[in-house]
Design a protein around this ligand. Structure first.
Ligand code: DAK
Length: 270
């Protein structure tokens, strides 16, 4: 499918653009755009991100997405004002998790390019991404305890897997803000960038991914994510099935043939 309607659409809470990549498939950039609310994530905004990532997954011109905010905030959390008056039953019927769950299942990689605050749901959205590239001055945290709640979109699980129990306990139970450098040392962040380079650096990684076989990239992503949900044995079995699957692909034939013929491969994603 090559429908680019989503690029023409005016979203209320995000800006979407196609970044041309002369070396491979293009990159979709999604910019969270609620500057007056520190990019707080409301339900509509999360639906818009899910809609765009779904369209990217289906569009053969794109290989990867970058999700970013502005200099001050990637996102300072879920929208507290949207949740402030809600009781448990109302939250249940709002299906706040629907878009988050949808995003979790998308095949093409997406990278968080973080500057400013990535707090609460903002930190969780960054961790839902496949990688985090962060500006040195950015701040992370799970301050939900300050509001009388706990992380609700995977924070207790993803942060713990990334940085370990000792540090996750301390970060989540105190709700403190954590410097990007500490999160980088702890293993949450893929690349720590100068403040004026974080978006370029994230885009450069995305563009490099876009030069590889899209099928291999997607199956590699799927296999890595599986490691969080399973034992090492069944994870290795899963990886092996994907490995075999790639040996049935045109991209595998082309990739190895191109190496032998000393030329660049032409990928089909098939
Ligand atoms: N929600 C709504 N509005 C927010 C906001 C937020 N999370 N964060 C900031 N704002 C708004 C402020 O209210 C203010 O609006 P006005 O007063 O101008 O109308 C505007 O953004 C500018 O903010 P500040 O004036 O506070 O700016 P400062 O520079 O002084 O401070 C700050 C920046 C980021 C330190 C501060 O705004 C702050 O502490 N914000 C709240 C951080 C926070 O507690 N985040 C965690 C929220 S709870 C779920 C998924 C996820 C979640 C839950 C459920 N499901 C799928 C079910 C996640 C929950 C959370 O994230």
């Amino acid at each position: 499918m090559n429908d680019k309607e989503f690029l023409k659409k005016q979203y209320k809470n995000i800006l979407v653009s196609e970044l041309e990549n002369e070396k491979g498939l293009n990159v979709c950039q999604i910019q969270i755009n609620r500057p007056n609310a520190m990019n707080a994530l409301n339900i509509e905004l999360m639906g818009e991100i899910a809609e765009v990532l779904f369209a990217v997954d289906k569009n053969e011109d794109f290989g990867c997405s970058v999700i970013t905010g502005n200099e001050k905030a990637f996102a300072a959390g879920a929208d507290i004002k949207e949740m402030a008056d809600a009781n448990a039953v109302e939250i249940y019927y709002r299906e706040m998790f629907a878009s988050w769950d949808r995003i979790r299942g998308f095949k093409k990689p997406f990278i968080a390019a973080v500057s400013g605050f990535a707090l609460g749901g903002g930190c969780e959205l960054a961790m839902l991404c496949d990688m985090i590239v962060a500006a040195k001055s950015s701040k992370f945290g799970q301050p939900e305890v300050n509001l009388g709640v706990i992380p609700g979109a995977g924070g207790t699980q993803r942060l713990t897997r990334a940085v370990g129990k000792a540090r996750a306990m301390e970060i989540i139970l105190t709700g403190r803000m954590v410097d990007a450098d500490e999160m980088y040392q702890a293993g949450l962040i893929t690349k720590l960038s100068d403040d004026d380079k974080y978006l370029n650096d994230a885009t450069a990684i995305a563009k490099t991914i876009c030069t590889k076989s899209p099928l291999a990239v997607q199956l590699a992503k799927e296999s890595i994510l599986r490691s969080f949900d399973t034992t090492i044995e069944s994870g290795i079995d899963f990886e092996r099935k994907n490995f075999y699957l790639l040996f049935a692909s045109e991209d595998k034939m082309e990739g190895m043939k191109a190496f032998v013929e000393k030329r660049k491969p032409t990928w089909k994603g098939k």
